[in-house]
Design a protein around this ligand. Structure first.
Ligand code: 6R9
Length: 673
């Protein structure tokens, strides 16, 4: 989630083994909360009791105390249309009003909402009163550009204040946003625009990355020239890098022209609790990304509730920093909606952790006295590799709580985070959740739970999660199985945009009445949950979900490739790394016969994947092979390829249609890059 690109130092490590199940189960350390922390913590053990006694009453109370409603709701949950839930459905509210205006009305207009730090070192301080004016102006500008309640707006931006303003302006007028990560390619952008039939795209000329301006507008131009993007009427462009941009008159509008002069008075559009707030695309097991749909009231309730209790936020005194990009769900829930709804003061940083030096993050923690920091295991492992002396060079004593998200955190990284960033004191919350769940589901409660390195541990109060076997039986402590969610929760997805069947099929068909998360998990002797990674064809690279199928189809769309199989191989830094096995087309088959030729093929195909999907999807290794291992029914046995990719003895190959294939592959393999 730290937006680590494969080209960054974070991913240039060798592929060492990640923690195995055995490893994890030998982990027995536990760190009870200090008395001082527990005494001041927002969360207490009573939350569990209250939620257990009256789950729906508990959520109704959260919704009523954490949010401001225009009209109160009378029914908490309507599950009669399962698996599509309706929470607080007859209440009305506005997400931007909850995130911004009401704090100004309560007398906190002077409170800093964001300390923005650009990668080149430029800074900007934005108070809640500033944010209210900016969001109101942008909402008026969007309306002026023809955007109406219900229209979809695509946001394709770097990490800027305007990105947050754009999302909130959409929320203010009830136009669902679809944020597309700025690292995605023109084609990925095009397919998302087409799927959502977006009316407007908000973008920037570019942003700063790794010390240089990186253009965004050309990808928008290319996307809009492609098929299916004809619904877009206007493109609103923020000037950030002052790079030259191509301009389409009548379509393209500068943000400063449209927004700066607009009125800063705007009446929010009060929407029903189930009004769509946003769509966010995520990789599934097929090539087509899923547009995960979230609505307003339940989503805001759970993001605010989790942000308050899991991060122990004290809005008057804390400085909170989540290093995610707004293009991922973590940026939506824990930069925009959760923290702002709670009136938090945040750091928003545009760039990469190692620009201009590898201590940049810690420098920012020192500068802004960050007290709560939320990042991903892949970033922690990269920092570990850069050396202990780097964080040691900064004053990190302001940090009082640390969070982790995106993938399982191995105990070594957890311990390093605790010692070298948290000063051996700060509780660590390892938070399990998904784009689909909208907000944190499984996590220790700081001040309550004794934390264990590597375990997300317990479902939050109000959440029902468990581990089941193939037949849906709850497994006993000490056993493993699949993670499921057994009761609807407020911030759950309301479906896949335009494809209700796929929603049912993907999450609700594996087990009757249970949400299937797609993660393997294990319960230890105390009943605490340890997440073990995906059980489907979804890889997790640096906390980003990538689909094997999507990368395979990108590879075979290149003329020289006949067939491709992609696996996620354990990687010391990025958790998993993309390894591709390709069969070249006849006339190109010889090209990989020499070392130089193989290197050239690799470069060509890696760049091709970057162009088709985005740099984050670039395979780390591409192995040219004569054949792929397939079952009799034609399914590629990725398990065997993973054995090769992880340099292991190849496992049981008896179900292969041709049992000699693995020998042929091994014999013909070119040395890995
Ligand atoms: C928030 C986010 C979701 C997948 C999820 C799981 C993995 C996330 C985790 C974790 C172990 C954690 N995951 N947090 N695994 N421990 N604390 O990352 O959403 O991008 O949709 O990914 O990430 O595999 O299923 P998303």
């Amino acid at each position: 989630m730290t937006d680590t690109h494969p080209a960054s130092p974070a991913s240039q490590s060798g592929g060492g083994p990640s923690p195995s199940l055995e490893n994890l189960l030998h982990e027995t350390r536990a760190f009870p909360p200090s008395e001082e922390f527990a005494a001041q913590a927002n969360a207490t053990a009573d939350l569990y009791t209250a939620a257990r006694e009256d789950r729906l009453g508990f959520w109704a109370e959260q919704a009523n105390t954490l949010l401001t409603w225009k009209t109160p709701f009378t029914e908490t949950l309507d599950w009669s249309g399962a698996p599509v839930a309706r929470w607080f459905a007859d209440g009305t509210l506005n997400a931007a009003y909850n995130a911004v205006d009401r704090h100004v009305e309560a007398g906190h207009g002077d409170r800093v909402a964001f300390h923005f730090e650009g990668e080149p070192g430029d800074t900007r301080t934005v108070t809640y009163a500033d944010l209210q004016r900016e969001v109101s102006k942008a909402a008026n500008a969007l309306t002026e550009l023809g955007v109406r309640t219900g229209d979809r707006v695509v946001v394709y931006m770097p990490m800027l204040i305007e990105s947050v303003v754009a999302m909130l302006a959409c929320a203010r007028i009830g136009a669902p946003h679809s944020v597309v990560f700025g690292g995605f390619s023109a084609d990925a952008l095009r397919s998302r625009i087409a799927d959502a039939e977006a009316k407007l795209v908000i973008t920037a000329d570019g942003g700063y990355r790794k010390g240089a301006p990186s253009a965004l507008k050309p990808a928008v131009d290319a996307a809009l020239a492609g098929e299916g993007a004809g619904t877009v009427e206007k493109v609103l462009v923020v000037r950030r890098t002052e790079q030259d941009v191509d301009w389409t008159d009548g379509r393209d509008v500068w943000w400063h022209d449209a927004v700066d002069g607009a009125s800063d008075q705007h009446e929010p559009v009060w929407v029903e609790a189930e009004h769509p707030l946003f769509i966010l695309y995520t990789s599934g097991t097929t090539g087509k990304p899923k547009g995960i749909l979230h609505t307003t009231g339940g989503y805001l309730t759970q993001t605010a509730y989790t942000h308050k209790n899991v991060f122990d936020l004290k809005p008057e005194s804390d400085v909170y920093w989540c290093s995610a990009d707004i293009g991922w769900v973590t940026g939506h829930s824990y930069i925009v909606y959760g923290p702002l709804t709670n009136g938090a003061t945040q750091v928003l940083y545009e760039g990469t952790p190692d620009t201009p030096h590898k201590g940049r993050w810690w420098e920012l923690v020192e500068k802004y006295k960050v007290s709560i920091f939320y990042t991903a295991p892949t970033a922690i492992r990269a920092c570990m590799k850069w050396g202990d002396d780097i964080p040691a060079g900064f004053d990190l004593s302001s940090l009082r709580l640390l969070g982790s998200v995106g993938e399982p955190i191995n105990p070594e990284a957890w311990m390093w985070y605790r010692e070298h960033i948290g000063g051996g004191q700060a509780p660590i919350v390892d938070t399990w959740w998904q784009t689909e769940t909208g907000a944190i589901m499984i996590s220790p409660l700081p001040g309550v739970t004794a934390t264990k390195p590597g375990s997300a541990q317990v479902p939050l109060p109000g959440i029902a999660a468990d581990v089941v076997d193939d037949e849906a039986n709850v497994v006993p402590n000490g056993s493993g199985g699949y993670l499921v969610l057994s009761e609807p929760w407020p911030s759950m997805l309301r479906g896949i945009w335009g494809d209700l069947e796929r929603y049912k099929e993907t999450y609700w068909s594996r087990y009757e009445g249970l949400y299937f998360a797609g993660d393997g998990a294990k319960k230890d002797d105390d009943g605490d949950i340890w997440l073990l990674g995906r059980v489907d064809d979804v890889m997790n690279v640096s906390g980003h979900r990538l689909s094997t199928t999507e990368i395979e189809s990108a590879l075979v769309s290149n003329d020289i490739v006949a067939e491709a199989a992609v696996v996620g191989a354990a990687d010391e830094t990025t958790g998993q790394a993309v390894v591709a096995f390709v069969i070249l087309r006849g006339e190109h088959a010889d090209r990989a016969a020499t070392d130089d030729g193989a290197a050239e093929v690799q470069t060509e195909l890696r760049n091709h994947v970057a162009k088709e999907i985005g740099p984050i999807a670039k395979p780390k290794r591409i192995l040219v092979v004569p054949e792929l291992p397939k079952t009799r029914s034609g399914k590629i046995m990725r398990r065997l390829l993973r054995d090769i990719a992880e340099d292991r003895q190849v496992g049981d190959a008896t179900t292969l249609a041709d049992s000699t294939v693995m020998d042929k592959i091994a014999a013909g393999l070119k040395a890995p890059a």
